[in-house]
Design a protein around this ligand. Structure first.
Ligand SMILES: [Zn+2]
Length: 327
């Protein structure tokens, strides 16, 4: 039941009914509602300004953990970088030094990547400093790894060259210790047993029985394998292909290799004889550097009989594997 309101009129001295339209009531209600909503909004904003919401708190904690993780990653990278630095030192002082390669200056190993601008593209935020630190560390590590990889490739090449040089250099007496009657040391001036004159002897004469095996003193290619009426009789010349080296085996009874054939150290190339200017069975052995004879004594490592046996077995395996590879 709606209440009827009355108002006292002082002029007519009577109570008159007060009219209260629906429209006025509605407007009043809306006004109340609007004021309440604005007040609630102000209170809410004040709350957010001074207090974290649970999701804010979670984000803040996550960020703090992330910063810790980034810092730990950067520490690991710094330690990795230090290890690489130590390796670079060893590379210069040990590995490269062994193969007589020039050391790579640290300035080159540490050279940067296109100046400071490179890091300006990183967006600025609370953790950008640590992110840039990490990127700098990664760049240095990358650079060092790159230089190190190239250095190892160079060392590998030097090692291969050295290994080839070791295989090809004449390094053994061409006759097995057990077969030698007399080890020749007569390089230089001596009385020629045939002419009787003092002459320069360009090689050494190893005495052994007829038919004793003669082995290649180093890997190489057969340059000559025939008879020539020049005093050497039947003889073999091996071009070793390194440092201008070649070796010559003279007065042979027979030859078991052909010109152009590739031979390995310890491979049978012929048998001891006395062809050419010779008084009895022996091997006249010469070593040449760029066509000039040198003392073979400097190119003959003295092996024990067991070592020589091992060398011959190795050569045999080598020849067999080459033969199988060709098939
Ligand atoms: Zn001789």
């Amino acid at each position: 039941m709606s209440r009827i309101k009355y108002k006292f009129n002082t002029e007519s001295l009577s109570y008159e009914k007060v009219s209260n339209s629906f429209k006025r009531s509605l407007l009043k209600g809306i006004r109340h509602l609007a004021v309440s909503a604005i007040m609630a909004l102000i209170l809410l904003l004040a709350y957010f300004a001074f207090f974290d919401t649970p999701s804010d708190r979670n984000l803040r904690e996550e960020n703090a953990k992330m910063a810790e993780d980034l810092s730990a990653i950067n520490d690991s990278l710094t330690s990795f970088h230090k290890n690489l630095q130590a390796l670079a030192g060893q590379d210069n002082e040990i590995y490269r030094a062994i193969y007589q390669l020039d050391s790579i200056p640290m300035k080159i190993r540490n050279s940067g990547f296109g100046g400071a601008d490179r890091y300006q593209s990183y967006s600025r935020h609370e953790y950008s400093d640590i992110v840039i630190e990490i990127q700098k560390n990664l760049d240095l590590i990358n650079r060092k790894l790159d230089v190190q990889k190239n250095s190892f490739l160079e060392i590998e090449k030097a090692l291969e060259e050295e290994s080839l040089r070791m295989k090809c250099t004449p390094a053994i007496t061409p006759i097995h210790n057990d077969d030698l009657i007399r080890y020749g040391t007569d390089y230089g001036y001596r009385r020629n047993p045939i002419t009787g004159f003092t002459q320069f002897h360009k090689g050494v004469d190893h005495t052994a029985s007829f038919g004793t095996p003669v082995y290649a003193s180093g890997d190489g290619v057969i340059e000559f394998a025939n008879y020539r009426p020049n005093g050497y009789g039947k003889h073999v010349i091996i071009d070793h292909g390194v440092d201008g080296l070649s070796s010559l085996y003279a007065h042979l009874q027979s030859i078991t290799v052909r010109e152009g054939e590739h031979v390995v150290r310890g491979q049978l190339i012929g048998r001891v004889g006395s062809t050419g200017l010779s008084l009895g069975p022996h091997l006249h052995y010469e070593v040449h550097v760029n066509g000039q004879h040198v003392s073979p004594i400097n190119y003959q490592i003295k092996l024990t009989s067991e070592q020589y046996d091992e060398l011959l077995e190795g050569a045999q395996r080598n020849i067999e594997s080459k033969f199988l590879a060709k098939k």
